[in-house]
Design a protein around this ligand. Structure first.
Ligand SMILES: [Zn+2]
Length: 272
C-alpha cells in the first residue's frame, strides 16, 4: 500500500473525473490520500473535508484524510473570521493536519512580515488542536532566506509542542533536511525527484533515513517522469516511489511500507 501524503484533489481540474481519478489511484495501490485544504483562497479551505466526506466509505476508493490551512500567499486574507473557521475545521476528525502553511519568498505576493505573522497564528491554532503541520517553504532563487526564517519560527513556536509535521515537496539542501529532521519532521518527496536535473535533490534524499520519508504527488502539479507536464494525479505517486527506491537502493515495496508506517505514526492512525 502507498500513501500520497499531499494532493490537491479539490482542484477544479478534477471536476469532470474526480471519482474515476480516485479509483485509478486505488487500482495503482494507493490506499490513502491527504487532501490539502487550502483551496484557491481562504473561502475554500473546507473543500478537502467535503471531498473526504463525499467519498469515504465507498468501495474500491483510497481512504481520504484532509488538511486545512492558509497558504502563504493567501495570508493577506486572514482575519478573526478566517482563523475561527480554520480552528473549526481542525476540530473535525477527518482533518488531521494543518497546512499547507509556511513561507514563500519565491513568488511576489503577501509581504514577508504578513506571512510570518500568519504562520505563527496558525501554529498556535494547530497546537491547540494537536494537529501536525504540513510545511510549504520556498526561498528566493539562489538564497535560503525563507528557510532561515521558517526554521527559526519552528524552533521557537513549534518544537515545544512535539507534534511534528511534514516538509512537503522538499527541494532544499542537506542542511535544511538535517535541521528539519532534528525538529522531528518527516521529509516528503514529490515528482520533481524524478526529473533529470534533480541529481542534487536525489543526493539529499539518499541521506534521509527510511523512517523519516514520505512520498506525495502535489497533484495536479509536478507530474513525475514520464508524465511530466501533464495533469498529475495520486495514482502516479507510484513513479515517485520507484525513483526514490532507486535512490535509496531499496525495493519499492520496502519504501511503500515504510512511508505508509511513517504517515500512520505521525498522525497516530494506528493500523492502516
Ligand atoms: Zn501543495
Amino acid at each position: 500500500m502507498l500513501i500520497d501524503s499531499h494532493a490537491h484533489i479539490d482542484s477544479p481540474r478534477y471536476a469532470d473525473d474526480r471519482a474515476a481519478m480516485l479509483a485509478r489511484a486505488y487500482e495503482a495501490g494507493v490506499g490513502a490520500i491527504m487532501a490539502i485544504g487550502i483551496g484557491e483562497n481562504t473561502g475554500e479551505m473546507h473543500q478537502a473535508l467535503d471531498i473526504c466526506r463525499q467519498f469515504n466509505g465507498q468501495p474500491n476508493m483510497p481512504r481520504l484524510y484532509a488538511s486545512a490551512g492558509v497558504y502563504p500567499h493567501n495570508t493577506t486574507e486572514i482575519n478573526n473570521e478566517v482563523l475561527t473557521r480554520l480552528d473549526q475545521l481542525l476540530a473535525q476528525p477527518e482533518v488531521i493536519a494543518c497546512g499547507e502553511i509556511g513561507l514563500d519568498y519565491y513568488h511576489e505576493g503577501a509581504p514577508h512580515d504578513v506571512q510570518r505573522h500568519a504562520f505563527i497564528q496558525q501554529l498556535e491554532i494547530a497546537a491547540q488542536r494537536k494537529r501536525p503541520i504540513l510545511i510549504h517553504c520556498r526561498p528566493k532563487e539562489g538564497t535560503d532566506d525563507a528557510w532561515v526564517d521558517l526554521l527559526a519560527i519552528l524552533n521557537q513556536h513549534w518544537r515545544p509542542t512535539g507534534l511534528g509535521g511534514v516538509m512537503h515537496c522538499f527541494g532544499a539542501g542537506w542542511q535544511q533536511a538535517r535541521l528539519s529532521l532534528d525538529l522531528g519532521f518527516l521529509i516528503s518527496f514529490a515528482g520533481n525527484i524524478t526529473y533529470p536535473k534533480a541529481q542534487p535533490l536525489r543526493e539529499v534524499a539518499a541521506k534521509v533515513h527510511l523512517n523519516s520519508l514520505l512520498v506525495e504527488t502535489d497533484a495536479p502539479w509536478l507530474a513525475p517522469m514520464p508524465n511530466r507536464g501533464k495533469r498529475n494525479e495520486p495514482a502516479w505517486v507510484a513513479q515517485t516511489t520507484d525513483a526514490l527506491s532507486t535512490v535509496l537502493g531499496r525495493m519499492p515495496l520496502e519504501v511503500a511500507s515504510a512511508t505508509t508506517q511513517n504517515f500512520s505514526n505521525l498522525f497516530k492512525l494506528g493500523e492502516l
